[in-house]
Structures are given as C-alpha cells and as structure tokens.
Design a protein around this ligand. Structure first.
Ligand code: ADP
Length: 490
C-alpha cells in the first residue's frame, strides 16, 4: 500500500466521521481559497449540528476500546502517524502554503514541528504513571490512577493549520481519549489531510473525527459539542472573545478546558543588550508566518540610549525581507490570510501614523503582488495612545516604544490583559533574573526569539488562557485522576 501521497490525493472534501469520508447531512458546501490569489482550491463539506452530533456518536462508541488499548498499542499507532507525516512532509508543506500562504520552507517546517508533538506524545503514552499512596491505615490500600477524560473537542485557528491540531490530537489519543475536531474555515484542508494519514496509520474508526465548517456553520456545529455532556473537554486555540464564549457555553456541562488565546507579546531591549542579537531575535520571532502568530512580539520597548541605533539596524534588515507568494523559493513573507487581516493591519498603521508614529520601513500595502500583501513595517515613536499598543496587529508590523528605566519597561510590558509570550534582551545576569520573574507571561524568551519546542510547556496566563501544550505536562489536560481505596486487606 502506497504511503507517500501526491498533493492532489491529500485534498479531501468531506467530513471524516467513524472512519468514513461523508458529505454534510444538509448537503451544504463551502469554498476554500488561496490567500495569495483568491482562487478556489476546493469546495468542501460544510458541517452543522447533525454532523457534529454524528461525530460525537462515533467518538462515544469508539471510546471504551481505545481507552482500554495498551499504552504501547496507542503509541505504535501514533509513531506510524508520525512516520507518515514525515514521509509526506513536502506535500503537506505545499498544502499549508496553498491554503494559508506561508512560504514553502515555513510550511514544511510546520509539518516537522507538528510531527514532533506526535512523536513526543507517542512516547509519553507509555509513561502515564499513577501513585501508590503511602499507607495511612492498616488494612487499606490507597492509590491514584490516571484515566483518559473522555471525548475531546478540538477547535483550531488558521495560522498553523497542521501544528495546532496535531498538538491537540496527539496528546488526546496518547491519553486514550477519542476526538471530535473542527479546523478553521480558512484552512481546513491540511487538517483533513492529516486525519487521512492518521487513518492510514491505523487510528481506529470513530477515535478521530473531523468536521469542516464555514464561519457561519461553525457556530451550530461547535454548539452541539458545547451542550453535549458526553464531550468532557474542549481544547481551543484562537481569539480571547471566542475562548470566553466557549468557557461560558460549556459551563452547564462543566467541561475541562484548555484555552490558548490571544497574545500581545512585549519584546524589551535593554541598553546592555547585544543589539545585533536582539535585532536577529526580533526578526525571527516577529516575522515568522508574516507576523501571524500568537507569540509574535506586538510591542517592542527599546531603552532610550539605544533607541535610534536599534531602530536603524532593525529597519535595514526589515526592508530587505523578501515578500512574495509561497511558491517563490526566496519568499520570506507571504500574503496575509484574508482581506479582513490586511484591513486590520492597515488600520493599525494608519492610526499610529496619524498619532505621530514615524515610518522607518514599509508602511503600505503591496497591491502589485495581490490583494492580501502588506509590507514588513517598522514604526518609531509608538505610544500607548495607538491601537497597536493594546490590540494584537497579527501582521508584519513592529512598533518601537521608548523607555527610560527597567521599572517603566516592566510596567508597560505587563500593562495588558494578556500574558502569553514575552521576550527581553540583556547581558546583565541580575537584571535577567529580576525581569524574568516579574514578567506576567506563560512563556519568556531571554536573549532568544525562537522558543517553540515539543519538549516545552506552551501556554499563557491572564486572559491568554490556561492549560499547557507539549512537554511532560501536556498530557495532564487530557487525564483525570481517580483515587482508589481498597479496604479489608488485613
Ligand atoms: P481568528 O480571529 O484567528 O479567526 P477565532 O477565535 O475567531 O480566531 O477562530 C478560531 C477558531 O474558532 C476557528 O476554528 C473558528 O471557526 C472558531 N470559531 C470562531 N467563532 C466561533 C463560534 N462562535 N463558535 C464556535 N467556533 C468558533
């Protein structure tokens, strides 16, 4: 049986329910488009309440056998899925570029990144230990065992069409849970392809089910899971307002939640920093995926004495970034995901300029390339009065704020409801310790812009949500602890 697929073979147009590709119960379909050109890539099933319920029914039927499979049996299936992802990394990378717009090298990199979580949790599946509790009374044995929480609903965003869903499905399956999922309406094709490979790898029917849905249909599809008491957990990556909605709506059935929400990350450059390293770190962290990641620095604070120099160094590097369609092998930044995204970026930049920001690089749309391109931009003299200081821009825009002392920088960095990632550059060991402790964030980059790793816990504090993905902690979100007390032993 062939295990390496052509791109065309990976494009699926149905929902995947109970091991079968099926149309929507109501026959509805929607278009998936290429953000670089606006062309339709595929027209696919548009799921609603009935499809979501059918997926839950399948997941409920499959749960007992998957829960009771030996951990090493679940691990073997996950390892096979991992191998298939690697074997098909080129085709999957192209598919990511096609529907999401990121350059191919980044798309392929995302496949390897997502696959690393599958391998990690395949191994973790065999290490789910409980405890034998030191004896408290004669004749009694007390222990704590970890059990899969039940059916998990996974809802994911468009910016990492493969990695976000892989790092939810992998721990869920490793723990012995069954899954119902819904990828983002802009980028469902990669997730459908991934599920196809999971099926090829031997994930049994009903264990993993995926519904595609347009933005309109998503509400009723997801509501069917929110209100179904058989679904015991929601794992979501996306915006804070939608995360809060999911938390409210699942309160009646008291589901466990993992919420990876919005960022608004600060990036602080102290005057004792290695400025070259800080510029390079900022480029890596800010311009990955064209600035469309939740851990992207959104506010860059630079100490007054190095402010102008840092701005000049950064602007030179940013102006040299190559903006082009994903198909261009030299592309470093592709199109933004859709018209709404470019409009928000343009609104933020125009608002900042009208309030006194100086454009050091970019500052405009690149309409000659297509409708959704925006030039990588550096803005000096940013202030707290500008929209981009409090809202995530989610695009290739670096606003530079000025600060005088450490306390001021920390206050400004923490002055946000969000707390996902934060970064700072300094070469003073005492300062590094102080600042790392004071930053209100789930993830802190210290003299480093690239933080992603399957071995590290990813997640936020404050209104960036709760729960951790990856690392030895990542399985906890999918497990519940059962206390066993056995008496009559004497
Ligand atoms: P973004 O602004 O990046 O699109 P969203 O939070 O709006 O982030 O979307 C993330 C995911 O949540 C997507 O899969 C989207 O379809 C889904 N989603 C958005 N709104 C709702 C809703 N009201 N009910 C259920 N799912 C939703």
């Amino acid at each position: 049986m062939a295990t390496k697929f052509e791109l065309s073979e990976l494009i699926r147009t149905g929902h995947f329910i109970d091991g079968q590709w099926v149309a929507s119960a109501n026959g509805k379909r929607f278009d998936v488009t290429n953000p670089a050109t606006g062309e339709v890539i595929a027209t696919i099933a548009d799921g609603g309440e009935a499809d979501a319920r059918a997926a839950t029914d399948a997941a409920a039927r499959a749960f007992p056998a998957w829960r009771d499979a030996l951990p090493k049996e679940r691990a073997a299936v996950l390892h096979r899925w991992h191998a298939l992802m690697l074997e098909n990394a080129d085709a999957l990378g192209h598919l990511i570029s096609l529907e999401q717009g990121k350059p191919f090298a980044e798309g392929r990199g995302e496949v390897l990144y997502g696959a690393s979580y599958v391998a990690w949790f395949a191994d973790e599946a065999t290490r789910i230990y409980g405890d034998l509790i030191p004896q408290q009374q004669r004749g009694k044995r007390m222990s704590a065992v970890k059990e899969p929480i039940g059916i998990v609903a996974a809802i994911t965003p468009w910016n990492f069409p493969l990695a976000m869903i892989a790092r939810k499905i992998a721990p869920a399956l490793a723990a012995g849970c069954t899954v119902v999922g819904k990828p983002a309406e802009d980028t469902p094709l990669t997730a459908l392809a991934l599920v196809m490979l999971a099926h090829e790898a031997g994930v049994p029917p009903g264990v993993l089910n995926l519904i595609a849905a347009s933005r309109e249909s998503a509400v009723s599809a997801v509501a069917a899971w929110l209100h179904d008491s058989r679904v015991r957990k929601i794992t979501f990556t996306g915006s804070t307002p939608v995360g809060k909605y999911l938390a409210r709506e699942s309160a009646d059935t008291l589901k466990k939640l993992s919420l990876e929400l919005g960022g608004n990350a600060p990036f602080i450059v102290f005057d004792d920093a290695d400025l070259e390293a800080a510029v390079s770190g900022l480029l890596v962290s800010k311009f990955r995926n064209g600035g469309q990641t939740c851990v992207c620095p959104n506010r860059v604070y630079v100490q007054s004495s190095v402010y102008e120099r840092f701005g000049d160094m950064l602007a030179r590097r940013v102006a040299a970034l190559k903006v082009a369609p994903a198909t261009d092998p030299n592309a470093q930044i592709g199109p933004m995901i859709n018209a709404r995204a470019v409009e928000k970026i343009a609104r933020h930049v125009d608002d900042a300029v009208s309030k006194g920001a100086r454009v050091l690089a970019g500052g405009k749309r690149l309409t000659a390339l297509g409708p959704n391109y925006y030039a990588p931009t550096v803005l000096a003299d940013a202030t707290g009065a500008m929209q981009l200081s409090c809202e995530e821009t989610f695009g290739p825009v670096v606003p530079l704020f000025r600060f005088d002392d450490e306390a001021q920088a920390i206050h400004a960095a923490n002055d946000t409801p969000f707390g996902l990632a934060a970064y700072f550059y300094s070469q003073d060991v005492r300062r590094i310790d102080r600042v790392a402790r004071q930053l209100e964030a789930g993830i802190v980059g210290i003299n480093e812009g690239a933080l992603a790793s399957e071995a590290a816990p990813f997640g936020g504090v404050k209104e960036s949500g709760y729960g951790r993905e990856g690392s030895k902690y990542g399985l906890d979100d999918y497990l519940s602890i059962k206390y066993l007390c056995q008496g009559g032993l004497e």
